[in-house]
Every structure is written in structure tokens, then in C-alpha cells.
Design a protein around this ligand. Structure first.
Ligand code: B1M
Length: 230
């Protein structure tokens, strides 16, 4: 059992290390010790920023990033009821999917996890997603971001067709980010995407840049220190 003083740096380290049990334990302890949900969320987000930076710098690889993302997700489950009660919402919404003809989803799932870690609500359309499905999802969910992933050179034309279909739709200001192994900046520009991200760490940086978001909590209401409501 942890003492009542909870160092949020320890929570960050637990997430960076991908220690799920410790991350959950420290989150619960921080809640009972009266840390604000913003402070806890800030610590979690900063940890995932660090994970993204290390991944981009090739200091860690996919397995480490996956375990960190899972630790963050489980810790978030503890925090979510308090965030909901406090009226704290994600800062943006994204729709993401792997394009038609393509069944690869590991990279797309990583991007989705990292976006969630960056306080972006993610609606994941899965794999083999058609232009019609993307357009319908944009109309239904009104996202700020639309993420397209492709892993096959043979599905790059699908990515192009989907971007073209999206451009014929009222996107309500949503911006299109594309990525995946055969995708590069030149291709992204040629099909009219708003941005290209090389990897899941870059996807967070690029998304935040497009959305004008900082890493810190913005627009959250002032809250009393909360020990209740979990
Ligand atoms: Co496939 N496959 N595969 N495969 N597969 C590749 C991609 C391939 C390079 C293997 C090879 O030949 N060396 C090759 C593609 C060649 C090409 O087109 N240039 C290939 C092929 C040919 C095929 C099949 C056609 C094989 C066949 O059946 N003959 C077939 C196609 C099926 C289909 O999709 N229709 C096929 C099938 C499969 C499996 C189902 C067996 C499996 C997929 C399982 C799954 O995803 N659930 C599979 C796998 C696992 C691979 C490899 C081995 C690994 C892909 C992966 O997950 N990488 C791959 C070879 C390789 O890469 N070594 C290969 C890890 C992942 C974290 O990286 O997906 O690149 P990645 O994602 C990165 C970035 O690209 C980026 O961020 C991620 C994290 O950093 N990113 C984004 C991705 N999406 C992004 C979106 C963004 C931003 C960044 O913004 C929205």
C-alpha cells in the first residue's frame, strides 16, 4: 500500500516503463491523496510525450511503446469517472482507419493509442475502410482530425481516392493526416492531405501542431482537489 504522498513523477516513470500495475496503483493513490484530475492527466500525458520522443529518437521500439500505451490506458480507466464528473473532455476528436484493401493495423493502432494518450478522442474505423465509410464517419462524428493509414504500395491509390472523396465532402475544418510505411511527405502532398506523419510519435506532434494544442491542460474548469467520485 502506498503512503498518502504521491509523487506524480513516479506515475510518469511507471507509464514510461510500461508498468501497468504500478501505474494503476499510483493513479488510485494520487486520486485518494487529493491530486487534481488535471495534475494526474498532465503527468500521464507528459509521460506519453516522453515515450513518443524516445520512439522517434529510436531509443525505444514498438514493444516498449505498446506497453507504455497500455499502462496509460489502464491508468486512464481509473481516472475517467472523475474526469467525466468534472466535465473534463478530450481536447479534440479524430477518426482513423486503415484504407480499403489494406488489413495492416498494428501501426494504425499505435497511432490511435498515442493520440488517446495526447487527449484526443479516437474513433477507430478499423481496417479495409472505404471512402464511403470515412465520409459517413466524418459526417456522424464531426472530427477535428482524420487519420489514414496504408502499409501496401498497392493500397496507396485507395488512400488517394479516399482523400479525394473527403475533399468533396464538407469536412467542417477537419484536417487529414496520412501515414504508413510506403507513405512519405511527397505522396501526402500530391494527394492533397494536410499532413504526413512518419511514425506514431510524430503523429502526436503533427496532430497537436494542426490543432494548435499544447501539451498542457487547456480550457479545463477550476476544480477542487478531488478524492471522491472514482
Ligand atoms: Co504484410 N506486408 N502483407 N502482413 N506485413 C508488409 C507491409 C510488407 C512490407 C512485407 C514485405 O514484403 N517485406 C509487404 C508490403 C510490400 C509493399 O507493398 N511495399 C506486405 C505484404 C506484401 C502483405 C501481403 C500482400 C502478403 C500476402 O498475402 N501476399 C498481405 C496483404 C494483406 C492486406 O492487407 N490486404 C499481408 C498481410 C499481413 C498480415 C495480415 C500477415 C500481417 C498484418 C497483421 C496486422 O496488422 N494485424 C502483416 C504484417 C505484420 C506485416 C509486417 C511484417 C509488419 C507490419 C507492421 O505491423 N509493422 C510488414 C513488414 C515490415 O514492416 N517489416 C508487412 C509494425 C508497425 C508498428 O509499423 O505499420 O509501419 P507500421 O506503422 C508505423 C508507421 O508506418 C506509422 O506509424 C507506425 C508506428 O510508428 N504509421 C502512421 C502507420 N500508420 C500511420 C498513420 C498515421 C501516421 C503514421 O497517421 C494517420
Amino acid at each position: 500500500m502506498l503512503g498518502c504522498m504521491v509523487d506524480l513523477d513516479d506515475l510518469m516513470t511507471a507509464i514510461e516503463d510500461g508498468d501497468r500495475d504500478l501505474a494503476v496503483e499510483l493513479t488510485l493513490a494520487a486520486i485518494s491523496a487529493g491530486s487534481t484530475p488535471e495534475a494526474i492527466l498532465d503527468a500521464m500525458t507528459a509521460a506519453m510525450d516522453e515515450v513518443g520522443d524516445r520512439f522517434q529518437a529510436n531509443l525505444i521500439f514498438v514493444p516498449e511503446m505498446l506497453v507504455s500505451a497500455r499502462a496509460m490506458r489502464e491508468a486512464m480507466v481509473q481516472l475517467e469517472p472523475i474526469l467525466v464528473k468534472a466535465g473534463i473532455r478530450p481536447e479534440a476528436r479524430a477518426v482513423i482507419g486503415t484504407v480499403r484493401g489494406d488489413l495492416h493495423d498494428i501501426g494504425k493502432n499505435l497511432v490511435a493509442m498515442m493520440w488517446r494518450g495526447a487527449r484526443i478522442e479516437v474513433i477507430d474505423l478499423g481496417v479495409n475502410v472505404t471512402a464511403e465509410q470515412f465520409v459517413a464517419a466524418v459526417q456522424a462524428h464531426k472530427p477535428d482530425l482524420i487519420g489514414l493509414s496504408a502499409l501496401l504500395t498497392t493500397t496507396l491509390p485507395s488512400m488517394r481516392a479516399i482523400v479525394e472523396a473527403l475533399r468533396r465532402t464538407d469536412l467542417g475544418g477537419a484536417q487529414i493526416i496520412v501515414g504508413g510505411a510506403p507513405v512519405n511527405q511527397e505522396f501526402a502532398t500530391s494527394i492533397g492531405a494536410d499532413a504526413f506523419a512518419q511514425d506514431a510519435g510524430a503523429a502526436v506532434v503533427v496532430a497537436r501542431g494542426l490543432l494548435g494544442l499544447s501539451g498542457a491542460m487547456s480550457g479545463a474548469p477550476d476544480l477542487p482537489a478531488s478524492g471522491a467520485g472514482a
